[in-house]
Design a protein around this ligand. Structure first.
Ligand SMILES: [Fe+2]
Length: 324
């Protein structure tokens, strides 16, 4: 059976993509941001997921004000990078996983979440920037197929945090009823606090962001009770993107291991947040132990726990250096 092994939360700031594409990653301003994802790339290289589900929002690239689905599942074989005004980003075409996507559509829709099925779609920075941050900049192909899940957070009313969290649970059920032996990583992207226009443009609320990250690990149900108006007031108009992280979190175990966290301000006019959460539940066969990404055996369970503890210590050590 397929299984979700971990969740990744990541900002998807468009300027990060522009910095990558224009060779600015070594400039001090951007190095501060990219250095926070070095450990994450190592983690992902070890985890080697067979499929990634990337929850993101479209920024008027595939959709427009004429048509905005609340939840849109990418079921196509491929998703080209969108032209967001200065040509498509120089990143590989995203290859989909139509069979798993169709299975998810069936399972989730019959579970009464009315997803829009999308068989042709271009993907913008909302999806490709987190891919870069976790997978680097491959020239020819991304290392695994991707199932995009686009969420409306651009036109009122976006879905509630609770609806997103419950959709995550339905996604997990769908993945776990797929017969092929696949390890799946799910991304929640967007945020953290930011507002790009109006009198409060430039708003960043680090205290609120950090509390959100704390609760994402420890008490996500508390986050599901946050009303839209609180996101707007505390995290800015575009901070509502953070509800997408709750889809990722809902797809994980109630208790997870936070193996890495990174937080820095600003990038462009946005707070950059990033977290990696691993499921504790181990499945037989192909699953990999927490913190190592390698195949689990009964003999390696103790070593796996030690690695897990070491990873947590590492994450906290990083945090104490001011990235949290
Ligand atoms: Fe966005």
């Amino acid at each position: 059976m397929a299984r979700i092994i971990a969740g990744v939360g990541s900002s998807h700031v468009p300027a990060i993509g522009a910095a990558l594409d224009n060779g600015k990653t070594e400039e001090p301003y951007w190095k501060r941001v990219f250095s926070g994802f070095e450990k994450s790339k190592q983690w992902m290289a070890q985890a080697k997921p067979d499929v990634a589900i990337v929850v993101y929002n479209d920024h008027a690239s595939a959709f427009s004000v004429e048509m905005i689905p609340t939840f849109a599942l990418g079921c196509a074989a491929e998703f080209p990078p969108a032209d967001e005004g200065w040509g498509p980003r120089p990143v590989p075409v995203v290859k989909g996983h139509p069979a798993l996507a169709a299975h998810i559509a069936q399972s989730v829709i019959l579970d009464e979440f009315d997803l829009t099925i999308v068989n042709k779609m271009e993907v913008d920075h909302g999806l490709t920037v987190p891919m870069n941050l976790l997978f680097g900049q491959p020239k020819d192909a991304w290392p695994c197929p991707v199932i995009p899940l686009a969420v409306n957070v651009v036109m009122y009313p976006p879905p509630t945090g609770h609806r997103c969290y419950m959709l995550g649970k339905a996604l997990r059920k769908a993945v776990e009823s797929y017969p092929e032996d696949l390890n799946v990583v799910i991304f929640g992207t967007g945020g953290l606090s930011h507002q790009i226009s109006g009198p409060r443009a430039g708003l960043i609320n680090s205290k609120w962001d950090k509390s959100f990250l704390d609760n994402l690990t420890r008490d996500p149900k508390k986050l599901t009770r946050i009303p839209h108006i609180e996101y707007m007031r505390e995290a800015g108009a575009e901070g509502i993107e953070m509800v997408m992280w709750l889809i990722m979190r809902g797809a994980l175990d109630d208790k997870v291991d936070e193996v890495y966290r990174f937080y820095t301000v600003p990038a462009s006019n946005t707070a950059v947040g990033h977290i990696i959460l691993e499921n504790r539940r181990k499945a037989a066969g192909k699953s990999r132990p927490a913190g190592s990404g390698k195949t689990t055996t009964s003999k390696s369970k103790t070593a796996g726990k030690s690695r897990q503890a070491a990873a947590r210590k590492g994450a906290h050590r990083i945090a104490s250096k001011g990235t949290r």
